[in-house]
Design a binder for this molecule. Structure first.
Ligand SMILES: Cc1cc2nc3c(=O)[nH]c(=O)nc-3n(C[C@H](O)[C@H](O)[C@H](O)COP(=O)(O)OP(=O)(O)OC[C@H]3O[C@@H](n4cnc5c(N)ncnc54)[C@H](O)[C@@H]3O)c2cc1C
Length: 430
């Protein structure tokens, strides 16, 4: 187990840094000009994506297995670590996290998710845990370069996808033993069952719907927490996705993120009919969506670049196919859409980091646009490669399969539209 006292200090320092957005000049201005730190991180992640991730992409997509050796390489250079994610996140402009994600997923989305999937669990612990819980559990999500570990975040269930208020997994408190007992079935968990640490969203009071939910850490090797069926997927196949079964799974009272006192206060407030903090939760989602959008951008940019090079090389009718206006215009529009999506992603990332209110659901806008752009651009890339694009000999076929997830997870495109339409209209659109 990692030295929790050291990790404790790191988590507290990051928390303090995150909470102080102001400096002598006030909040940083939004600028498209990257500073030297941002450029260095971009180059560093790009180098790893190009040299290590890309060459391994086809193999792990075909194997449909977690690419442990690649994750280990990422851990060796410090990219797979809380320190790296914390450093990306601490950038007060908010741009480093999306930039790093775009570069990594430019290498390959399946491997990218195998490396970044842990951050879903880490973000929950970081967002909801006490400094002690952060210090104890975050290092255990990563392990170290010699013994790499994973984290999993389990919210979705067979009957609770877009509608998380339908979560049925229950958590009952056993006061005599100061333990929580969890029962239920989680679906679609990235790293589910193979993770060292699982973060599970469970209902402590079904009558309160999503306001009765709480997040629990399931420590490594806890009896009653088992992997269910592994999902065979269309894309993102190097990333493990599985059901997780919780069967009288007992965890210590200290595994409730944020602690029992805070939960009891919140439940009492809700039962008294006072306003829950759903607005705060919504703002948190808005802030995390640009990162997912940035991953989609990485896939789109990779496919666009491949198609552009191919179109300049491939000759038909005595000329390069790019010399045909229809192909050249497609490429122009691909570039246009990617750059437009990136502007939305960076705007939302900057807003999120400054603590601005997302008046028009700008975070949802960024994820919606980037996800749809990724699907469209990768489909066009296949078209530009013709028959070759349709084969597994060329990477755009894999990129197209991978891109589709970005209109589905972390809120489907329709759910993003729902959030945006409610924000702009003030009506409770259904
Ligand atoms: C590869 C992969 C990895 C995942 N990883 C995780 C993970 O790590 N942890 C986790 O908790 N979950 C994870 N998920 C689950 C993911 O978040 C859900 O799949 C997603 O939220 C959609 O839920 P659903 O699949 O149940 O679809 P549904 O909610 O059943 O939606 C089906 C369709 O109905 C539409 N729809 C639903 N409600 C409305 C509405 N009100 N208005 C208009 N249209 C609507 C949807 O947009 C969609 O098109 C993952 C999923 C996949 C595929």
């Amino acid at each position: 187990m990692a030295d929790s006292s050291v990790a404790d200090v790191d988590a507290q320092a990051l928390l303090d840094e995150a909470n102080s957005t102001s400096d002598a000049q006030g909040e940083p201005k939004f600028t498209l000009e990257l500073d030297q730190d941002q450029k260095d991180i971009k180059e560093w992640v790009h180098g790893f994506a190009e040299g290590v991730v890309r060459p391994a992409a086809e193999e792990w997509d075909e194997r449909e297995e977690t690419p442990w050796p690649v994750i280990q390489e990422a851990a060796k250079i410090g990219l797979y670590s809380f320190e790296a994610v914390g450093q990306f996140w601490a950038d007060e402009t908010g741009l480093t996290l999306p930039i790093a994600n775009e570069e990594l997923f430019w290498g390959d989305a399946g491997i990218g998710m195998a490396i970044m999937g842990t951050t879903l669990a880490v973000a929950a612990i970081f967002g909801q845990g006490t400094p002690e819980q952060m210090g104890e559990w975050i290092p255990q999500c990563y392990g170290d370069a010699d013994d790499v570990k994973l984290g999993a975040f389990c919210a979705s269930e067979p009957d609770a996808g877009s509608d998380v208020s339908g979560i049925r997994t229950s958590a009952k408190y056993d006061e005599a033993k100061d333990e929580w007992v969890l029962n239920g079935q989680k679906a679609w968990a990235t790293n589910g069952g193979i993770a060292n640490v699982h973060v599970v969203i469970a209902s402590v009071d079904r009558e309160l719907g999503s306001r009765g939910h709480a997040a629990f850490v399931i420590p490594p090797n806890t009896p009653g927490c088992e992997q269910g069926a592994k999902v065979k997927k269309h894309g993102l196949r190097a990333s493990h996705t599985a059901d997780v079964h919780l069967d009288d799974c007992r965890v210590p009272g200290s595994c409730l993120l944020g602690g029992k006192e805070k939960l009891d206060e919140r439940l009492a407030r809700v039962r008294e009919g006072k306003k829950a903090k759903s607005q705060a939760a919504m703002q948190t989602f808005e802030a995390s969506r640009p990162v997912v959008g940035a991953q989609a951008l990485g896939v789109a940019r990779a496919a666009y670049e491949y198609a552009l090079d191919y179109a300049k090389e491939r000759r038909q009718f005595g000329r390069a196919i790019v010399e045909n206006q229809s192909i050249a215009f497609d490429l122009a529009n691909m570039k246009l859409e990617i750059d437009a999506a990136r502007l939305l992603v960076w705007r939302a990332a900057w807003m999120g980091r400054q603590g601005h209110k997302f008046e028009n659901a700008e975070g949802s806008m960024s994820k919606l646009k980037a996800g749809e752009v990724a699907v469209w651009v990768t489909e066009r890339a296949i078209q530009i490669l013709g028959g070759n694009g349709y084969t597994r000999e060329f990477p755009v076929e894999r990129m197209h399969r991978d891109s589709k997830i970005y209109t589905i997870f972390e809120g489907t495109s329709e759910i993003q539209q729902l959030v945006i339409s409610r924000a702009i209209s003030g009506f409770h659109i259904k």
